[in-house]
Design a protein around this ligand. Sequence first.
Ligand SMILES: [Zn+2]
Length: 76
Amino acid sequence: MTQPPTIKQSYIDLLGMELICAAPKCRHSKLLPLQNFADDDTVITIAKRARCSKCGGKSVNVAPRWRPMKGSGLPV
Ligand SMILES: [Zn+2]
C-alpha cells in the first residue's frame, strides 16, 4: 500500500490544502496555506483532524492545491 506524500515532500509543488465540508447542505470550503500543517501531515491525517468551522461537521474532504506548472495549461 502506498502512503500519500507528506506535506514536506510536496512542499515545493503545493499551494495549500483545500478543505471542503462533506455535508451536502453545507459544502463550506477553505484553502489553508501549508503553514497550518505539520511537515509529516498527509491528506489523510489532515482529514482526520478537520472539522467544519461552519456546521461543525467532522466529515471534511481534503484536496491538495498544486502550483500551476510552468509552460503548461492555459493562461487565465
Ligand atoms: Zn460544514
